[in-house]
Design a protein around this ligand. Structure first.
Ligand code: NAP
Length: 313
């Protein structure tokens, strides 16, 4: 018979933060379920190679994601493959509503819903999505073998994914709106040394154009003098940052102006028992290792919270 007693902890989101929270929660003997609507790993699956997960010099994003889920399985973490449609704070218990209408009661919730790629908002971007416009080099790079692509952005993602695309495409243009990259120096050096990459400084895209076969060009605009030009390309990859997936954050929970949840040093929000971690949380460094660290912190704090609540403290 299924156990219908309330959960101690519900973790929403199966990225590095969510799985780390799951491992720590299981080790703390909390009755826990992790709910994930997609495949384990979240954005990690869109990353070609991870080179800054300590102890592992190089590993593919999808392999590391699999390792996280396998590690959690060793501790018997229950994983539910469903979409959460609502989180309602309560005095006795918080409730989590699933897409099938099922309502789960829980003492604590860890929101680990991460972020989604930001869009440029230019003509042609939505229309040609999947027809040459992409937000994931690992997923779609294969279709651009020996072709030309334009990557937009100047952060770690744009440079990392440009280097990945340069292994497949014959020419990669990076269009960046300023004259200096935001990305770390190691990536900047690699890009400078990659002959297949050409950087278009002070450049934004004004429009994406296509024919019946898909994307065939972009209109670029110089950010200094406003000059426009047409550039032939078979694809456009957009890596201009992420927006937090904050749709499940309960009303009244504090967020900053950009929609990131504000948490304390325990990753707890201003709603007791509701924690926010990883890319959803306001913080300086958005890394796999910092998402995992948040997961650890929130799970330990949730264990303490649940214990105090059950003990009537
Ligand atoms: P990001 O660091 O926020 O960089 C976004 C880039 O896109 C910036 O260069 C920004 O230009 C540009 N941009 C933003 N809006 C734009 C627009 N409307 N039009 C044109 N360009 C625009 O985002 P990210 O690269 O996705 O990285 C997100 C976080 O994940 C960061 O903290 C990053 O360090 C981390 N990350 C780390 C790794 C790694 O460690 N290997 C890999 C991937 C991501 P400006 O520079 O002018 O603002």
């Amino acid at each position: 018979m299924p156990d219908s007693t309330p959960h101690d902890l519900i973790i929403i989101g199966g990225g590095p933060g969510g799985y780390t929270a799951g491992i720590y929660a299981q080790r703390a003997a909390l009755k826990t379920v992790l709910i994930e609507k997609g495949i384990p790993g979240g954005q990690l699956n869109n990353t070609d190679e991870v080179e800054n997960w300590p102890g592992t010099e190089k590993i593919s994003g999808s392999e590391l994601a699999l390792k996280f889920s396998q590690h959690a399985a060793v501790y018997g973490l229950e994983v539910m493959n469903r979409e959460v449609v609502g989180v309602e704070p309560g005095l006795g218990f918080h409730t989590v509503t699933l897409d099938n209408g099922e309502i789960l009661a829980t003492h604590a919730v860890i929101l680990a819903t991460g972020g989604s790629p930001k869009k440029l908002g230019i003509p042609g971007e939505d229309k040609y999505y999947g027809k040459g416009v992409s937000y994931c080099a690992v997923c779609d790079g294969f279709f651009f073998r020996d072709k030309t692509v334009v990557v937009v952005g100047g952060g770690d993602s744009a440079l990392e994914e440009s280097l990945y695309l340069a292994k497949l495409a014959k020419r990669v243009y990076i269009a960046h709106r300023r004259d200096a990259f935001r990305a770390g120096m190691i990536l900047q050096k690699r890009v400078a040394n990659e002959k297949r990459i050409t950087v278009l400084w002070n450049t934004v895209l004004a429009e994406i154009q296509a024919d019946a076969q898909g994307v065939n060009g972009v209109i670029t605009k110089n950010t200094l003098d406003g000059a426009t030009a047409t550039l032939a390309t078979d694809g456009v990859f957009v890596f201009i940052g992420f927006e937090p997936n904050n749709g499940l954050v309960p009303a009244g929970t504090r967020m900053n102006a950009n929609g990131y949840v504000i948490g304390d040093d325990k990753c707890e929000t201003n709603t007791p028992g509701i924690f926010a971690i990883g890319d959803l949380k306001e913080k300086y460094a958005k890394q796999i290792v910092t998402a995992a660290a948040d997961g650890c912190t929130a799970a330990l704090a949730a264990a303490h919270y649940v214990e105090s609540k059950k003990g009537g403290a």
